[in-house]
Design a protein around this ligand. Sequence first.
Ligand SMILES: [Zn+2]
Length: 349
Amino acid sequence: MPAHKLPFEFNSLKYHRKILFYLTRAFAENTLSHALLFTGLQGVGKQAAAQLFSMICNCTGRAGSVLPEPEADEQSGDAENNIRPCGQCRSCQKILNSSHPDILLIRPTGSIIKIDQIRGLIQKLSLKPYEAVNRFVIITDADSMNPEAGNALLKVLEEPPDHTTIVLTAGQVSDLLPTIVSRCMHIRLSPLPEEYIAHVLEEEHGVVPDEAASLARMASGSLVKAVSMKTSRWLDRRNHFIHDLIALRSGSIRFVMVFAERVSQDKEVLAECLEVCITWLRDLIVYRYAPDRIMYTDLEETIRGEYQKSDSKTLLSLIDLIYKVRKKIESNGNARLSMEILAMKMAGR
Ligand SMILES: [Zn+2]
């Protein structure tokens, strides 16, 4: 049977194949925990991993097949195919169409998961699965459960129904009630490789290679973050900030003041500007010692032209000052005044 083309969001799962392999083996050996907690960065593929795992466990196209060890598998070069469900059987098709009655997906309505959603779930779980070998409950952003919902879910985790696996996803363990975490097997999904994120940006979003590399590096392993940076035109805004930062050095005092006023008018703009400042200054320092480790790889030429204009000590003291300014603004200090002082220092006044 030819490998079925799985949805695009499943592509990144090849980077989590070892985890999926071990989970699949535990399932086959009947030693799988009834509750799993997937943590990892936003956009790393937590929900897709849970969905793929539910497909693997219920796929009738490859029922009874024993998966090879991942190591042996890697040598053969097609590791990801071996943890793939067939994608074509009735069960796989229903899961792909989100119409499987036993694969229950709970996600926040608005920004929270409410008690009513968990009550509805408990009612469904009191019945036997309709057709699945193993029913799945996938609760995404489980950290958005309000306390009532969390406590209701706790009862389910304490007395789990048969033939049911509950998968919670969250950014990090500390976002959840410890009583919930202690009842789950915790699986951490690693950030995605920069090369993969850059590749997706180029192939799926038409980003030119240099910019794709920079966005991928800035996204720190989160595809969702990279794509949102692309769609929100983050690069344009960053370039604008950097243009101004360079211009500060030769600008008039009026220019410095106007810059400070402009960026301090909006909280989000200000936060973004300070973030760009820190990375920019960091790159100017790093370029001197390890040019291949800069974050703004697409600006290498600009960085090469600028890095010798200040010594590392000055740049480090500016970074230090930015952190202080950020703290001050977060505790409701005068943003404009703080920015004026910072901009003057950056201008070398
Ligand atoms: Zn199948």
